[in-house]
Ligand binder design. Sequence first.
Ligand code: OTU
Length: 648
Amino acid sequence: MSDNPAWFSDESVIALERIRPLLDAALETDSDRARFFKRLEALFPTIFEMFLNLYGWRYDCHYHLERTLVELAHAFRHRSTALRIVDEGRESNPGWFTGEQMVGAVCYVDLFARDLPGLRSQLPYLKELGVTYLHLMPLFKSPETNSDGGYAVSSFREVDPRIGTMKELEDLAGEFRAHGISIVVDFVFNHTSDEHEWAKRALQGDKRYQAYYRMFDDRSMPDAYEPQLREIFPDQSPGSFSFRPEINKWVWTTFNSFQWDLNYANPEVFRAMLAEMLFLANRGADVLRLDAVPFVWKEPGTNCENLPGVHWILRAFNALTRVAAPGLLFKSEAIVHPRDVRSYMTTDKCQISYNPILMSHLWDALATREIFMMRHAMQHRFALPDGCTWVNYVRSHDDIGWGFADEDAASVGINGRDHRYFLNQYYIGRFTGSFARGMPFNYNPRTQDMRISGTTASLAGLERAIQSGDVTEMSHSIRRILLVYGVVLSIGGIPLLYLGDELATLNDYSFQEDLGKAGDSRWIHRPAFSVERWTRRDDKSTPEGAVYQSLLKMIRARTRTPAFAGADTDFFDVYNKHIFAYLRSGAVLVLANFSEYDQTVAADALLSIQPNLADGAHDLIADQPISLTTDLAIPGYGLLWLDARKRE
Ligand code: OTU
C-alpha cells in the first residue's frame, strides 16, 4: 500500500507502540480496542507519513500526533451502534454510492423547507423524485448578515437556531437513511467566520487562537504573497487580506473579509478540525462536502492553490476518518483547472467530486451548439480511478466559471480567453441572438474576467421566452433544460439536481433590495421554494409540468437501468458536430443533439460503436424500440438513450 522505505515502517511501528497505552485508556472495551487497532494498524503508516510531511519540522510533532490519535479514539468510542452498522456495511460494499439508484439533490434547508421539521415534511416529495443523496447546504450557526450563504461558519457543532437543532439534524439523518437517503453536509474547513469562538478569542488578543489563523503584524508578508494570489471575490471583497483594527493585524481572508482562513501549518488546527469533522460524522452525515479544498495550504512564493500540503491534509483526514467512521465519504469542491480538479480524486483522498468540467462544457455547448470541445475534454479528463466517481451537475448555488483548460480549447482551435469573453457576453444576454438571462458575478475590470449567475431555466432561455411570448423559444428552452439534465442523469457518476430546477424556477431579482445580499449576484439563483410552481408539476401545459414530468421519466429510466451504475463512459465521434455521443458500460448509447435543428447520424457510425444495436435498440426515455436499419434522425435538442442489450 505504501511506497515508504523499509526503515519507515519500523519507525511508524515504534511511534504507534508509544501511543498505544494512551489509546487503550481512551477506549473503554476490549472489543472497541480490537476493532479500533485493526483499522489503525492498517492505516497508521499513511497517517504517520502525512503527519511527518505536514509537521515533522516541529519539535512537538509526536506530541500532536499523540493528541490527534487520542481525539480519534474518543470519536470512535462515541460512534453510535447504528452508525457502526452502517460503517461495516459500507466497508464490505465500498461501491455503495456508485449504483444507478443514486440520484442526488441539493438545497438550502431554509429556502427549500424553512427549517428541519419542514424538511422532514418534504420527504414524500424527495422520494417522489427518487432522491437518494441529499446535500443540505451549510445549516450551521453563522453571522446574521455576513454569512456568505452559510459558508462563514461560527460553530461547526450548532445548527442555525432558525433552522433547528443538532439533535433534529441527527434524527433527520437517521430517518432519511432509513428511507434510503444519504445526507451530505458541508465541511467548510478552509475558514471560519469572524464570529467563531476561535476568532473571537483571537480578536481579544489570545495568542493561542491568533495562531489558529494566518495573521500578520504589517503588510510585508501580505505584500509578498498577494501578487501571486488569485482574487476570488475581486468585486465584493478585493484582495486576500483584511485589516482588523482591534488587534492591529492583517488576517488572511481568501474569500470575504469575515471568512478567516485557518492555519493548517499549526497542528492544533489540524486536530481541532479533525474533532469537528468527526463530530459531524457521528451525528450521521454520510458525506462531507469539503469546501474550497484548493486553498487550505499556503506556501510563500506560490499561488497558494492546489499545493502538495492540500493533498497531505486530505490523505491524513481520509485515513483518520476511516479508522473512526469508515462509512464516511469525502466530496471535493475544487473549482479549478481540470487537472487539479481530478488530482483530489483518489480513494485515499476524496472518493467523489463535483464535476465542474462537464458542467461548464454543457453550458458552452448550449451556447455554441457544438460539442467538439466538450467531447475532447471528456475523452481526456472523464475517466477516474476505481472507487471514485463524479457528482455531475448543471447548476449549483454558486456562479458558473468557464473552467475549461486553455489546452483543451486550443486543441480544437479555440482561443480560451476570447471564448470565455464570448460565453460571458452570451450568458449575460449581451450577445446578439442569446437566449440567456444571466448576471455577471465578480467582474474584475483588471483582468476583464467574470463568472455567471442565474438559474438553469433563465440561463437556458425560459425567462426570455416567457417575456417575449415566443412559443418556439419556449419549447426550445424547456428542451435545453431537459437535454443538459438528461446528460447529467446518464453520464457516469451521481447526478445532482439543484432543487427548484425540476420546476423550471426562474431568476429571483429580489435579492437586489436586500442590503446583505445585493452585492452578491449568486442570490439570483437561490430563490425560496415555490409552492405555486410545485402545484403545477403535474400540468404538462406549464413549463413547470413539462420539465418536471420529463425529468421524472428520465430519473425513473435511469434507476431501472443497471448500465447507468458506475462511471464507465466512452465518448465517440459520430461525425456530426452537434451530437454528443457516449456509451455507458458498453451497453447504452446516449446521443444528445445540442442544436435546435434536426440532425442525422449515420447508422454505420452508431453500429461501429455498439454492433448489438443492429438487432434493434430500445430508447429508454421514450420506452420504445428504435430501428437502426437506416440513418438516425434526432430532433432539435433531442436526447436518446439507446439500450443495446438484447431483449428476451
Ligand atoms: C465555495 O465556492 C462555496 O461553494 C461558496 O458558496 C463559498 O462562497 C466559498 O466556497 C467560500 O466558502 O469561489 O465562487 O475552487 O471556487 O471554493 C465560489 C474552489 C468559490 C472555489 C470555491 C468557492
